[in-house]
Design a protein around this ligand. Structure first.
Ligand SMILES: CC(C)(COP(=O)(O)OP(=O)(O)OC[C@H]1O[C@@H](n2cnc3c(N)ncnc32)[C@H](O)[C@@H]1OP(=O)(O)O)[C@@H](O)C(=O)NCCC(=O)NCCS
Length: 439
């Protein structure tokens, strides 16, 4: 029997992933990758295992693949040359044959990998249905600056409803870099464009693009988070390497088209997709249309995220255990701080209108995010709510964060300072300190 070298690290990591698991269930992710990724057998097999895991967590997955490497290999074997203009392949009749062969072979290979389910393998019991088909209507690129691109095409329409129906049944949808025109012609498309178009058409929550390289700052270090505006500035400053610039542009257009987040992930990192999605700092580059963090009133779908956040604090006695059903009923009392769709902070306001006071309660910020003023901003949002309801006094009960409240302008008071109804519920055994603030 093999034992884990550091089981405590595994447990810590697994717990840390819980909020992401809650946040991602039922979401639609489009993942695009080139043919060169499929050519690296072992790494690709690991990548497919990771996709299988994502699907098992209830994420709706659409995979978009390319075949540049495979098309080039076939043309080379036939003694033919690949021709490119403006960074795009000129698909002549011979290339189109290679495109069709590659698409057929790759489809079978990807489906085979996703169909594995042997015991004692990462795919045990996990065989997943794959839906592939004619989801793309294409048009020819035509003649650009005197160059006839022949069978190289662009996406004209994505049959989003047809893809969504397959996703609804729990299938992973595989979309190749091939489109058909209404006249029955076949066109070779770039996988980046297809991934972008599919993500926009599906209003995907995330578009993940696997790339050779990540965007870098002036010091040559990878950038892990960027807004669309920052990415545009980076592109202007540094439009090379061309493949990365192309991927960045697709990411930017997808955000402009309503996709929630775009991520660029290195195709060379084993498990890179999982690390990018399930860790706070990630290993790739996340590009967002708006600021990544958001402070807003909680909605019912945040209940799972709030519970994941407060559970460890309830377990160690920092917070009083809350009844889950009541938490859902009282969700309207909560404000949440959300980072990339994950609840990383929460606080609640419970008004006692008769005494023109309110309890500021259930304040929690996830450990990785402490010290960034999230606590203060959550208090600010609750204060604003309280003022709107003509409340004059906030009170809080705490056993561990006395000084935090003092720093925020609260002063310690006795139990008698609590409104009558709240005083009746005061837990003398817990012995919380009471803090008051006039607002
Ligand atoms: C208390 C808590 C919400 C603060 O969140 P936060 O986002 O880190 O707070 P802010 O960034 O606004 O403030 C950070 C400051 O508060 C201080 N602080 C944080 N927790 C503190 C505590 N328990 N006691 C005293 N000071 C504390 C930090 O040292 C920091 O001080 P600095 O600015 O001088 O460095 C967070 O630490 C937490 O979730 N703790 C566990 C849950 C808890 O105790 N909740 C209160 C129960 S009533």
């Amino acid at each position: 029997m093999t034992t884990l070298p550091h089981p405590e690290l595994f447990v810590r990591w697994f717990r840390q992933a819980a909020p992401y698991v809650h946040a991602f269930r039922g979401r639609t992710f489009v993942i695009g990758f080139g043919g060169e990724m499929i050519a690296e057998r072992t790494r690709f097999a690991n990548f497919v295992h990771d996709l299988n895991l994502l699907a098992a967590l209830g994420i709706r997955l659409v995979l978009v693949h390319g075949a540049r490497t495979q098309i080039e290999a076939e043309l080379r074997a036939k003694g033919l040359r690949s021709r490119y203009a403006k960074g795009m392949r000129i698909t002549d009749a011979a290339s189109l044959t290679a495109v069709k062969h590659a698409a057929g072979v790759l489809r079978v290979e990807i489906e085979a990998l996703l169909s594995q389910g042997l015991p004692n393998s990462p795919m045990a019991g996990g065989a997943i249905r794959v839906g592939s088909g004619n989801y793309l209507i294409a048009r020819p690129i035509g003649v650009v600056d005197g160059v006839d691109f022949q069978f190289t095409g662009a996406v004209r329409k994505v049959e989003a409803a047809a893809i969504a129906r397959r996703l609804e049944t729990g299938e992973i949808v595989l979309v190749p870099h091939i489109g058909y025109s209404p006249t029955g012609e076949v066109f070779n498309l770039s996988w980046e464009d297809v991934a972008e178009s599919v993500a926009i058409a599906l209003k995907a929550d995330k578009l993940l693009l696997l790339s050779d390289r990540l965007p870098e700052n002036r010091k040559g270090e990878p950038v892990h988070e960027m807004t669309a505006r920052e990415a545009e500035a980076l592109l202007k400053l540094n439009p090379e390497p061309r493949d990365l610039a192309r991927i960045l542009r697709c990411a930017l257009r997808s955000l402009a088209g309503g996709v929630g987040r775009a991520h660029i992930v290195s195709r060379r990192s084993d498990g890179g997709t999982l690390l990018e999605l399930f860790t706070h700092s990630g290993v790739g580059t996340m590009i967002t249309a708006d600021p990544v963090e958001q402070l807003r009133p909680a909605r019912i779908e945040d209940a799972g995220g709030i519970i994941a956040l407060i559970e460890p604090l309830e377990a160690d006695g920092t917070l009083v255990k809350r009844n889950r059903e009541r938490l859902e009923q009282e969700i309207g009392n909560f404000e949440v701080m959300v980072h990339d769709g994950v609840v990383v902070g929460c606080a609640a306001l419970y008004p006692y209108p008769e005494s023109k006071s309110a309890e500021f309660a259930c304040l929690a910020v996830a450990p990785d995010y402490r010290g960034s003023d999230y606590g203060e901003r959550l208090l600010g949002a609750c204060e604003a709510r309280a003022k709107a309801r003509k409340i004059r006094r906030l009170f809080a009960l705490t056993t561990r964060a006395q000084h935090w409240f003092v720093d925020q302008g609260f002063r310690e008071a006795g139990v008698d300072a609590l409104p009558g109804e709240r005083k009746a519920l005061y837990n003398w055994k817990r012995g919380s300190k009471i803090f008051l603030k006039r607002i």
